[in-house]
Structures are given as C-alpha cells and as structure tokens.
Design a protein around this ligand. Sequence first.
Ligand code: CIR
Length: 264
Amino acid sequence: MTPGASYTFTHAICRRPGLSVARGLRDADTGDPSPEAFAREHAAYVAALEATGAEVTVLEPLEAFPDSVFVEDPALCVAGAAILLRPGAPSRFGEREAARAALSAHFDTVIDLPEGGFVDGGDILVTDREALVGLSARTDEAGVEDLKIILDGLGVPLRIVRTPPEILHFKTECGLLDDDTVFATRALIATGCFAGYSLIECPEGEEGAANLIRFNDQVLVSEGYPETVRMLRAAGFSVTVLSTREAARVDGGLSCMSLRFSSR
Ligand code: CIR
C-alpha cells in the first residue's frame, strides 16, 4: 500500500445511534447508555472526522439492531474494496445487509465473506503493510481463513494474531498511529503480535485510551486519559479528544463508530 494509506481517508460512513442503543450488548453492566447523550457524542465524533476534510455519510438509526451504531464490525473497507463480514454476535448478524446498501453506493466491488465462520471488523487492524486479525470470541479461524483468501486477492497480507480472552476485540486495546507505529496496551504488546512495529505503550491505568484512531492529521482519543494525550502530543501527534462515555457503557469506542476509506 502507498505510505499513509491506512490512515489517510477521504470518506467515512457512520450510523446515528437509535433509542434501542440503550439495549446494546455489554460485558459488564454499568447502566444503560442514554440515547440522547450518545447522539450528542456521536455528532461530535462525526464533526471531528469532517474537520479533517473527509466527507462523512451519516446513516439513519436501525432500531432493530441496538449495536448498529458500531458500523465498523459488519464490514471492512480496504484496498479500494468493501468486504461484508459476518459479525460473531447473533443479535448483530443482520447488520451486514444494512451495510451492503450503504457500501454499494461507494464501492464498485462489494465482496461477501462466504458462509461458514465469523469475523468482526473490530478485530482487524489494517496497517500500511498488512491486516492484523485477532481471533476472539467474535472472530474464528474459519472466518479468518476465508478473509485471507479475499485479502490475498486484493494484495493485502493477512496475519493472524490472538486477542487475549478478557478483551472484546483486538482493536479494543490498540490503534495505528502512523505507517510504522502502533499504540497498544501492555497486555496486548505482551502477546508479541506487534513484532516489527514501533510501539507506544498505553500508560497503565489508561487502557481505555487504546482504542484510538488516526484519521488524517488527527489522532482521536477518548476523554479522560490525560497521560495518553500528553504522551502523544510529545511524540508530535495532533490529538482531538472526544467523549465516549455512552459508547463505553456498551463496550464501544472510537474505532467502531466509523468505516473509513479513501476514494483516491
Ligand atoms: C458489541 O458488543 O458488539 C457492541 N456492544 C460493542 C461493539 C464495539 N465494537 C468494536 O469495538 N469494534
């Protein structure tokens, strides 16, 4: 891929949270998210993406799918193509058909992950050299094998890694910063999956900051992690801080609320 292709985007697709987001899946219950407050957070997120010059398509809420605000999970946009994945949570499986309609408007090539296994987009970290795909409770070997065949055809090498069992998605605890640098928690780094990359380790106690995204010239970081922000600014990155308080109540964060791609 061209240097920077994995964090340079002309477009993003997002979906507004519906009222049903209050019933979103979660591992530990810290209270339902407030749909109104979530909608405000989401609007600020969309504005931050747009502020970098990207065109953002904001889809209407899907009340039948409480987690559908997390558009990253049912699809992957890479190397000029869109791939419809197979979300591993039964209540989310139907989100892929809604993603098909949205992606067909932007992509000539929309490829279906064949029937069989499961892959969630939250388990895929695309860098300039490869796609790192974490096996998890949502992403299984059969799904990854099928995804590998598709990505091979697009010229994107796929490397299988493991998501530690206590972590929902691989990208819950890591994010790309530039063509060579990954930000990740100590627990994820300890698995050895980032060999060959430069690393910035997430400060202890700020693990919630690890689901950051580099989007054009900005690194978007969740609010409440001052040491992470200080560290990233000291390393020369421009940081935009956004509240993800409501998304976090249903195990969501910054990466999962957009599908990011470039039309150039
Ligand atoms: C779920 O459990 O599927 C949602 N409540 C959260 C999904 C977060 N997605 C992501 O990190 N890619």
